[in-house]
Design a protein around this ligand. Structure first.
Ligand code: SAM
Length: 317
């Protein structure tokens, strides 16, 4: 698909370039905020799986830049934003970047060090593995990322804090809801307008972090495993048997963003074409610095050379 054709078919891709966002995902976080006011009172944020950085840009523009511009804000009072990804990303005003793996236990320590031992008000995670198209497999790998994010949350989030994470809707969504309800008094699944209806992607918005009394971070997996199992912990909201029949739980699911706003599944005419002029597509704001596909392309190129060279070999060699 050409750039102009993609601009036409994907209004959020075009708008992202026009508004200076590195990725169209920026609109998802903005639309979640429209519904849940997730940035209210936030001073410390962790952005997990942040590259190429459009969510970090949103955090910077909504939290850091206004504070920096305010004459009353001292330097030691500026919001702190820590962004983590396997991949490097180009710098963003007020964002501390850590290149690392969120499934690594030491990642939480690195974050805490940046916050001088203080806890975060908000943790966001837009992490996604490379999708295979096999829904069960994609959902499973995605749930492993959410578990890694939740592990970090239990170490770095303050009581009362919020957590937002990308999920893939599937048969285990109810289980995930119940697991998250152990830690947050309010859990809502949200579908921003900018997330295509055809995609199984959604976001879980968890409010008011309140881990069970006496909770020890080391016991996280033990506790999660008990949810929904026949020997499940008794005092949970979601008890065993919740998946079926009269005990079935209904998960709060909310569409967010201006519902009369742009529809991500629709094509829109290109602006200057409407006025009779020719349309010039903008370049992406910030291409990834070292995307994995670069290595893959280099490897393919090298192997193609290999095959070409082999072709030149005599048949009996
Ligand atoms: N929120 C980002 C933005 O707005 O630009 C987009 C995130 S992109 C959809 C998913 C990211 O998850 C990729 O950059 C990928 O490198 C990252 N990722 C996947 N697994 C990870 C892991 N185990 N640790 C850290 N980052 C990971």
């Amino acid at each position: 698909m050409g750039k102009a054709s993609k601009d036409k078919r994907d209004i959020y891709y075009r708008k992202a370039k026009e508004e200076g966002w590195r990725a169209r995902s920026a609109f998802k976080l903005l639309q979640i905020d429209e519904e849940f006011s997730v940035f209210q009172g936030v001073k410390r944020v962790v952005d997990l799986c942040a590259a190429p950085g459009s969510w970090s840009q949103v955090l910077s523009r909504r939290l850091y830049v206004p504070a920096k511009m305010s004459p009353d804000c001292r330097d030691d009072d500026l919001p702190l934003i820590v962004a983590i990804d396997l991949q490097p990303m180009a710098p963003i005003d007020g964002v501390i970047q850590v290149q690392g793996d969120i499934t690594n236990a030491r990642t939480a320590e690195v974050v805490i060090r940046h916050f001088d031992g203080c806890k975060a008000d908000l943790v966001v995670c837009d992490g996604a593995p490379d999708v295979t198209g096999l829904h069960d497999m994609d959902e499973f790998v995605q749930s492993q990322l959410i578990l890694a994010a939740l592990t970090i949350v239990t170490h770095v989030l303050k009581v009362g804090g919020k957590f937002i994470a990308k999920i893939f809707r599937g048969k285990d969504t109810s289980l995930l809801y119940c697991q998250l309800k152990l830690f947050f008094s309010q859990v809502t699944f949200a579908k921003p307008k900018s997330s295509r209806n055809s995609s199984i992607e959604a976001f879980v918005v968890c409010e008011n972090y309140s881990p069970p009394e006496g909770f020890n971070e080391k016991d996280l997996y033990l506790l999660l495993e008990k949810v929904g199992s026949p020997s499940g912990v008794d005092d949970l909201d979601c008890r065993s048997g919740w998946l079926e029949g009269p005990n079935k739980i209904y998960i709060p699911f909310l569409a967010c963003g201006d519902l009369s706003g742009y529809d991500s599944d629709r094509s829109y005419p290109l602006p200057s074409v409407e006025g009779g002029g020719s349309y010039r597509s903008l370049d992406p704001v910030q291409p990834p610095i070292a995307p994995p596909y670069k290595t893959a392309l280099e490897m393919k190129k090298a192997s193609n050379h290999g095959i070409a060279d082999m072709d030149k070999l005599p048949l009996d060699s």
